[in-house]
Design a binder for this molecule. Sequence first.
Ligand SMILES: Cc1ncc(C[n+]2csc(CCOP(=O)(O)OP(=O)(O)O)c2C)c(N)n1
Length: 365
Amino acid sequence: MPLTETGPDSKIEYLSILNEDGELDKELAPQFTDDLLLKGYRTMLLARRFDERRLKLQRSGRIGTFAPVNGQEAAQVGTISALREDDWFVPSYRETAANFWRGTNPADMLVFDAGYNEGIVIPEGARNLPNSVPVGTQMLQAAGIAYAARLEGTGEVAMTYFGDGATSQGDFHEALNFASVFDCPVVFVCQNNQYAISVPRARQTRSQTLAQKALAYGMDGIQVDGNDIFACFAAADDAVRRARETFRPTLIECVTYRLEMHTTADDPSRYRDEEEVEKWEKRDPIERFGSLLRERGLLDDGSLEDMEAKIAETIDAAWDEAEKRIEKAEGVSAIFDHILEQETHEQVRQKQQMSDGLGGVSGYG
Ligand SMILES: Cc1ncc(C[n+]2csc(CCOP(=O)(O)OP(=O)(O)O)c2C)c(N)n1
């Protein structure tokens, strides 16, 4: 029986444009205005400082748990900035930096972190979906949105975000398969931050890359340096263009690292060593991008200080607004409302239990 070659005819490539020493590949580098470069940097820094404040708020009992973005800012800002305003952003729970790029009000995020529905109401006309806390469901929603966009001929694209752990969910495989078979203009952005809570990437899959899973579904896949904002943008821009022109979906694997805990309920020192974290700290996406901006004369100690001061003001104002809104909010048990037209017995019981447990207060703060 003769053996002949079959299977996918494409391979997975790895893209890096701004390397770890801050050197830019001039041939591959996308062209940006100085304003856009600075906007990208500011958004990344805002997300990091916002996390630092949220950690303090959580530790002092003002808000509940949240998932820090620290280390993944370039993967998010690089990819999301390839979208148009009328495209769809379908996030998971860690997409703080991407949310800021999309104009999400930081006060809304704090109201949500404190447990109130009011924080995730989609503003009129916005194409940003709320954070998906169930791992993986958002990928199916993005495929469905993209399918509808193609049928309605709107020319819109959906971009959805998830982690390495989510690639083990059935939803991931169903979403990729559906999107590819039915030509859905969707970009799947996997932030491979090396861990699904305490489960390392090596225990998640034996595949050499996560990007190659695209080939099984007959779509393009690419792996990029997720701490390099230029590589993330270039891959996303290419994928968005393909989606818009041909409706074909793409899987992008951003190789990155979560520098912080999974959520505030997690202690990463129990499953990873300091050495590994230090190795990744040297590849910090904000530092790397910042060095380039300094070299180009777009950033110096003085302008960075001004930027930090404005960011601190933005965060102070967000917490002031959030506190006022929390006082007037419906109450945390309202999370049971607006789900089903008629509540089930079990929902009625759980809602009562929650109201009793919280003594009917309107918040944790
Ligand atoms: C359907 C579902 N199963 C389990 C969980 C519990 N859970 C929350 S986060 C998480 C790990 C997800 O890891 P990954 O997809 O790598 O994303 P990351 O948190 O690293 O960004 C798990 C299992 C959940 N939220 N939803």
